[in-house]
Ligand binder design. Structure first.
Ligand code: FMN
Length: 462
């Protein structure tokens, strides 16, 4: 299976409240040495990637206060993961470096260059988690009056992806960068193309300012599971993050999405499904349960409710009464969250009052001995899940425990690799460095190379 470490450059990412645990070091998130040590730990544990989530605004309703966010360290303060990944690239050799970047936060021309630079300095280990941002505050931080409507955000993401694909895949021919000292030709302009993108939101002339990086397009991650989100993922993602509450939900979601992938002319084998899990490992079942109770005692319900973005009315900024049915909540945020809550409690429509308890268990938790956890993971693999997005309780303790206790058992059962494959991140996961021809980005290969009068006019050697 594939193993990702799911992290964020902040004090409280998912398991809100846990930063207060005596062994937690997540409060040291702004010390790069924590991340460098973590990255080395992850490489020792043969993790495929360190995956940095990111947000560019506060959770909560329009004009709501942020007292809870501040008190809980709830994704504020938070630093820019692209810069942290640049540091990690220079201290690791195999670990994939996954960056979340929203279409909201950076112009695609600039993002394309940042990504190419990271892919260059990591020798082809960059992945991009494509997100559209679900926070009202994020929208206001970037000049909008309010969050763009849910499905329209994916239309936006389509154009954004189109621009960066043109730059990554189409702007430079493979042979354009010559570095020929004898003839004095650094690169051949005839192989470097403007893209002349004109769309609803963007006008980008090009050419791309970076020469092709080892993967050209970074490995593409996506996590939407609403209807529009899953369609987007089926078109673009090479790895889709899922948070299925149980095995049957994973079977349903992966088989439904795989059908959509095929409908998009792509192959099943071109997309991996990574399921979020939190593990609690003990040498006996009792010890694991004891550890779980101890970890849970640090959970902050306030933090979970604030992060769910649902507990307060978008319109009034006031908390919903506890008996409000989820069906009566209007949200422009993440719809998959509501769907997930319904599946967790199928007997009746959940209420706001049910929320706090449910969200604290949003990500499936595997609690037990290395043997029982490995058995369960094998079942998830049977259900169509290709990998694990490992949520931490404690940084770096969660990953150290994984290496020490779970990895040997997983290796014994053939569920985890024993060594890294060579090459770029895409090569390690799919056996090729470049996207397959069936991916929409591949459409732009050679697309701009057709000689035009202006391009063909002069030979670079004069
Ligand atoms: C494992 C996982 C990681 C995610 N990471 C981020 C993130 O870092 N930043 C972000 O803005 N959204 C993140 N999301 C949210 C998704 O990008 C998406 O907005 C959300 O799942 C709702 O999409 P939907 O309404 O199409 O289901 C993540 C979702 C999941 C399941």
């Amino acid at each position: 299976m594939i193993f990702n470490a799911f992290v964020m450059n902040t004090g409280s990412h998912i398991q809100h409240g846990l930063w207060r645990h005596p062994q937690a070091r997540q409060h040291e998130f702004d010390d790069i040495r924590l991340w460098i040590d973590m990255a080395k730990t992850l490489e020792a544990g043969l993790f495929d990637a360190i995956f940095f989530a990111d947000v560019v605004g506060l959770y909560g309703p329009v004009d709501g206060d942020y007292a809870i966010n501040a008190r809980e360290g709830l994704q504020i303060p938070i630093n820019d993961p692209s810069i942290v990944l640049a540091a990690l690239a220079t201290h690791t050799e195999h670990l994939g470096l996954a960056l979340t970047s929203s279409v909201l936060q950076v112009h695609p021309f600039e993002f394309a260059r940042r990504a190419s630079t990271l892919d260059h300095i990591s020798s082809g280990r960059l992945a991009w988690n494509i997100v559209t941002s679900t926070q009202e505050n994020a929208a206001r931080n970037f000049g909008l009056d309010r969050l763009t409507e849910h499905d329209e955000r994916y239309v936006w993401a389509e154009e954004y992806a189109d621009v960066v694909y043109k730059l990554w895949e189409g702007s430079w021919d493979d042979a354009a960068l010559l570095k020929d000292k004898v003839r004095g030709i650094f690169s051949d302009h005839r192989g470097i193309h403007k893209i002349h993108h004109i769309g609803k939101r963007y006008r980008v002339e090009g050419p791309h300012l970076s020469a092709p990086s080892p993967q050209r397009t970074p490995l593409l991650f996506q996590a939407g599971s609403s209807s529009a989100g899953a369609q987007f993922a089926a078109r673009h993602a090479e790895a889709q993050f899922i948070s299925a509450p149980h095995l049957q939900a994973a079977i349903d979601l992966t088989s439904r999405t795989r059908a959509m992938i095929r409908a998009n002319g792509r192959s099943d084998a071109d997309v991996k499904f990574l399921q979020s899990f939190a593990f609690v490992i003990g040498s006996t079942e009792e010890e694991a349960r004891r550890k779980e109770a101890e970890l849970e005692s640090y959970i902050s319900v306030d933090g979970f409710l604030a992060a769910s973005n649902l507990g307060v009315s978008q319109d009034t900024g006031e908390p919903y009464p506890a008996d409000t049915l989820l069906a009566d909540i209007r949200t422009n945020g993440a719809q998959s969250h509501i769907e997930w809550l319904r599946k967790m409690q199928p007997e009746r429509e959940p209420t706001i009052g049910d929320l706090a308890l449910l969200v604290a268990r949003r990500h499936p938790r595997l609690v037990g001995t290395p043997e029982t956890i490995a058995t369960q993971l094998a079942q998830w693999q049977q259900a169509g899940v290709d990998g694990v997005n490992l949520i931490n309780w404690l940084l770096p303790g969660t990953y150290e425990e994984f290496n020490a206790y779970l990895l040997p058992e997983l290796q014994k059962r053939g569920l985890a690799k024993r060594e890294y494959r060579r090459g770029t991140l895409r090569e390690k996961l799919f056996g090729r460095s470049r996207l397959p021809d069936s991916h929409p980005a591949a459409h732009y290969r050679g697309f701009f190379s057709t000689p035009r009068a202006t391009d063909a006019a002069t030979d670079p050697a004069g």
